[in-house]
Design a protein. Structure first.
Length: 416
């Protein structure tokens, strides 16, 4: 099994381009199922989750071809509406295909989705919303079997702004009869990207960027070409890397307009940050300051960057606290940071952290996608060598974290 090896205390310096967004690309790929034609997505990240979604689409009869970061999906012929067990269990985002299948085929079969072990992440909101739109859903063993005689528009209120449930409702509503009004919708930028693609395909969606979406069903969509936005979580990861290691760097196409709370938090921790257009520049000459950070749905501090924040507080100056309000399993990485000498006390949904200035290099294991990336960040501020195993988790969301950090001068390599 491969491992990532990081040598600490090597300041970062340089400029790189941020990859396309994983969390935007996957539901956009699912949206291609709604159109009996061709959808071209540009700036698609070359990551394991994208390959997994391509496998799901191809198993259903779509023809997918990739040239660099351009992905062409021909969905004229659908031969099955079942998501393969292996693919569905491997990736959480597989569940959003269900709404698209109901809209296109009036049926869909899926397994309860897998992905990172960061908490229970129930899909009851997804299923309740689809039932409200006219889907009959049976749950048998680990399978979800959905059928409909025709989806219909409805007024739906989500009790929590679930990103996945919002995406499923949008995808189902595009082909439903009548108008769907979705209240309490998630407002993440990736939702905006999905709506933007669908509108370019001919969908009628109002309220984009707000918590109330109005989707008027349409019979026909058309071929289109659309660009995936830059990945704000990857940007946040690499900004955290500079804060841990010290130095200065610039990141292009990193969606800084969607990182307001993150950039404010990092500035409060001592980073010097400047945004010019789509370029985010950071300079870090001191240890991060201990502060109180709470995760929350967008536009709050993203749960996907909580593990990185934990590392910054662990190598920082003074005491800090983290409160996790989205996924209860996000603190799993704390056990690995303990091995590196971090002083972290977990009490329910909060972590109390005392900054140690630096950590010690040792062997650690990636527990999930973002936690694995956080261990890479920790290794940049550790004495000696840090060896991270189970790094297949990291490949799910980062094109090549070793390449990117090497281009910034980091001492990092991947070993078999």
């Amino acid at each position: 099994m491969s491992a990532i090896v990081v040598q600490g205390y090597c300041p970062l310096k340089g400029e790189i381009e941020i990859q396309g967004s994983k969390n935007a690309a996957l539901p956009m790929m699912a949206a291609a199922l709604l159109h009996k034609g061709t959808t071209v997505l540009k700036y698609v990240p070359i990551i394991q989750d994208v390959f997994c979604m391509m496998g799901i689409l191809e198993s259903m009869g779509c023809a997918c071809s990739r040239n660099g970061h351009t992905l062409v999906i021909d969905a004229r012929h659908i031969k099955t509406a079942r998501i393969p067990r292996e693919s569905g269990k491997a990736m959480r985002s597989s569940i959003v295909v269900l709404g698209a299948l109901l809209g296109r085929c009036m049926e869909g079969e899926a397994y309860y989705p897998g992905g990172c072990s960061i908490g229970s992440r129930p899909i009851d909101l997804h299923l309740a919303a689809l039932r409200h739109m006219g889907a009959e859903i049976a749950e048998k063993d680990e399978m979800i079997i959905a059928r409909t005689r025709g989806l219909r528009g409805a007024e739906i209120t989500l009790s929590y702004p679930s990103v996945g449930a919002t995406e499923n409702v949008i995808l189902a509503a595009v082909k439903a009869k009548g108008t769907t009004i979705l209240k309490g919708a998630a407002m993440e930028p990736e939702i905006d990207a999905l709506c933007g693609l669908l509108c370019a395909m001919g969908a009628d969606i109002e309220g984009i960027g707000t918590s109330i979406l109005t989707i008027r069903g349409t019979d026909e969509l058309h071929d289109t070409e659309y660009q995936v936005p830059g990945d704000r979580i990857v940007t946040g990861t690499y900004l955290s890397a500079v804060m841990a290691a010290g130095g200065e760097a610039a990141f292009r196409r990193g969606s800084p307009q969607h990182l307001g709370c993150v950039l404010d938090t990092m500035q409060h921790m001592g980073a010097d940050i400047r945004v010019t257009g789509d370029v985010t520049e950071i300079k870090m000459e001191r240890r991060p300051k201990g502060i109180f950070i709470t995760t929350s749905p967008y536009p709050g501090f993203p749960t996907d960057l909580q593990s990185m924040a934990m590392v910054l507080l662990a190598v920082g100056n003074g005491k800090g606290r983290l409160k996790e309000t989205v996924f209860e399993g996000r603190f799993a990485t704390a056990k690995q940071l303990h091995k590196m000498g971090a002083e972290i006390i977990i009490e329910g949904s909060e972590a109390r952290i005392t900054g140690k200035g630096s950590l010690k290099g040792t062997a650690v294991k990636a527990c999930d996608l973002r936690g694995g990336a956080a261990l890479v960040v920790a290794g940049l501020r550790a004495d000696g060598e840090t060896r991270i195993t189970d790094c297949h988790h990291i490949l799910r969301g980062y094109e090549d974290i070793c390449r990117d950090l090497q281009n910034l001068g980091g001492s990092i390599r991947r070993e078999s």
